[in-house]
Design a protein around this ligand. Structure first.
Ligand SMILES: [Fe+2]
Length: 174
C-alpha cells in the first residue's frame, strides 16, 4: 500500500475504533489489516534510517500510533474477547489465550508510547541520536505486533469463524 493510502487507513481506523460498530469479526479484520499496514510503514521507516527518513510520515504516525493501538485494544478487550468466551465457552485454553493477548496489548501500549515520542523526534528533522537503537526499537515493535496478530488469528479468529459456520449448519445447539 502506498504511504498516503496507508496513512489514511490508519487515521480512519483510529476514528472507527473509538466507537466501533457492526459485526465484530469484520471489525477485527479491519483492525488486523490496519495494524499490519502500520507494521509495514514502521519497517519502511526502519529501513530509511538514517539517511532517507520521511519526516512528514514519521510525524503523522507519531500522532496516530497511540490512539490507534489503544482503541483497537479496547475494542478487542471489551467486545471481541467477551464474544469469544460467549461463543466458544470457557475453557483453560481460551482463558490462557485471552490472558496472553491482554498481556501483549499491555506491553505493546508501553512500547508504543516510547515509539510515538521517537517518531515525533524523527519528524522534527533532527538526526536520530542513536540510529541503531532507533532501528532496533522499530523492529522490536513491529515484529512483536506481527506475532501477536498471527497468534490472535490462529487461536481466536479461526475458532470464531468455525463456530459461526457450525452455527449456520446447525452443528451448535446452544
Ligand atoms: Fe490484539
Amino acid at each position: 500500500m502506498h504511504q498516503p493510502a496507508a496513512l489514511d487507513l490508519i487515521n480512519e481506523s483510529a476514528r472507527f475504533f473509538s466507537s466501533p460498530d457492526g459485526d465484530p469479526l469484520i471489525a477485527l479484520e479491519k483492525a488486523h489489516l490496519t495494524q499490519l499496514t502500520l507494521c509495514d510503514m514502521l519497517e519502511q521507516i526502519a529501513d530509511s534510517i538514517p539517511g532517507q527518513i520521511n519526516r512528514e510520515t514519521c510525524s503523522k504516525l507519531g500522532s496516530n500510533l497511540l490512539p490507534l493501538i489503544r482503541n483497537i485494544h479496547q475494542f478487542e478487550e471489551d467486545i471481541l474477547y467477551p464474544l469469544a468466551v460467549e461463543r466458544l465457552g470457557t475453557s483453560p485454553a481460551i482463558e490462557s489465550t485471552i490472558t496472553r493477548l491482554k498481556y501483549e496489548h499491555c506491553e505493546d501500549e508501553c512500547f508504543a508510547e516510547e515509539l510515538a515520542d521517537a517518531l515525533h523526534e524523527l519528524g522534527t528533522g533532527k538526526a536520530p541520536r542513536n540510529p541503531e537503537a532507533m532501528g532496533y526499537m522499530l523492529r522490536g515493535f513491529f515484529e512483536a505486533m506481527r506475532r501477536h496478530i498471527a497468534f490472535e488469528h490462529e487461536h481466536l479468529v479461526r475458532l470464531l469463524r468455525q463456530a459461526a459456520t457450525d452455527g449456520q449448519h446447525g452443528l451448535v445447539t446452544g
